[in-house]
Design a protein around this ligand. Structure first.
Ligand SMILES: [Fe+2]
Length: 331
């Protein structure tokens, strides 16, 4: 298990960032609107300092934990029971802080059909979802997966920020570069012999009727071996036994090298979505307003992916640009 280094934002930067967030919230900014107005962007110098302090996950580790982003923000209200019940005004400080921070790392986006097109997602347990393979589950472990593995324009960086986690429910990570895989298995997994469909957090009834364009599970990227993996929503396009064996071996390898990242309120986890798969341990939801509550933001900071991905339709899921909410912001 890799040592988990927690990077703390320097105090002067915390102060300057907190003040910048507070002034934007006072002016009416929300997580979904703050990136839509030029005057709400961070001053260049502050953005540069923040970007440097946040840093990019190293190619070796594939993740980074940063503490101090939510300092001095008013305590959020109770954890809602469903993402749609999260009032963007109630946690505007957290949402604005996360959106502004994410923007320093790349282009922020959401999905039209996910969480109503919001830019800042709410990840919390919801009644009725306990056993599903979505972020709102609880009593089942959330299986290893690449975020939005079904889409060629999926995030390069996945940002998870902890608002509340009184039961220390662990976020799990496993890196493809740590996975012990025989060369033969890697060679098999390079073959584009499966498709990943949108997960159940998307409003998409027609995914299984779409043309099946084979996807490779691993490939060589700039930082090393990369992965695209979501077995819960995968269909294999082959009966080949060697491929099946390699795919099963990959699952075992993630179990062997996987580890838990404990997240405290105010912690930001930045995950390289090409290098590391993520999941979550099982837990019993309280549904009393004190449940684990993460904020999620997706960032494109494009690296080279296999050229064949450009042929994919992505199940026609459309991205919502960070600027989409310009009109909503009243400009
Ligand atoms: Fe996820």
């Amino acid at each position: 298990m890799p040592e988990i280094v927690v990077h703390s934002l320097p105090q002067p930067l915390r102060q300057a960032f907190s003040e910048a967030v507070a002034s934007r919230v006072a002016a009416g900014a929300l997580g979904d609107t703050v990136l839509g107005r030029p005057e709400w962007q961070l001053p260049e110098r502050l953005a540069g300092e923040l970007r440097e302090a946040l840093g990019m996950p190293s190619p070796v580790r594939g993740f980074r934990v940063v503490r101090g982003l939510f300092d001095a923000l008013p305590a959020p209200g109770p954890t809602p029971a469903h993402w749609s019940a999260a009032d963007p005004h109630d946690s505007a400080g957290h949402d604005v802080a996360l959106a502004l921070a994410a923007r320093t790392l790349g282009r922020v986006f959401g999905w039209t059909d996910q969480q109503d097109g919001r830019i800042v997602h709410n990840i919390l347990p919801s009644p009725g979802y306990e056993e599903m393979q979505v972020g709102a589950s609880s009593t089942v472990p959330l299986a290893w997966h690449t975020e939005d593995g079904f889409h060629p324009e999926r995030a390069d960086l996945l940002l998870l920020a902890c608002v509340r986690n009184p039961d220390d429910v662990g976020t799990r990570l496993a890196g493809i570069r740590d996975a012990r895989l025989p060369e033969g298995a890697v060679a098999q997994l390079r073959r584009p012999l499966l498709v990943i469909e949108p997960d159940d957090s998307y409003e998409d009834e027609d995914a299984e009727r779409e043309e099946r364009i084979g996807m490779a599970t691993v490939w060589d990227g700039e930082g090393g071996l990369c992965v695209r993996y979501d077995p819960s929503y995968t269909r294999r396009l082959t009966e080949d036994g060697e491929f099946a064996e390699a795919y099963a071996r990959l699952s075992e390898a993630f179990e062997e090298c996987g580890f838990v990242v404990p997240l405290e309120p105010g912690d930001l986890l930045v995950v390289d979505n090409d290098a590391v798969v993520h999941g979550r341990v099982a837990f019993r939801a309280r549904y009393d307003g004190n449940d684990r509550w993460l904020k999620r933001v997706l960032v494109r900071a494009p690296r080279v992916r296999p050229g064949r991905e450009r042929r994919e339709h992505g199940y026609h899921q459309q991205q919502v640009a960070q600027e989409r909410h310009l009109l909503a912001a009243g400009t």
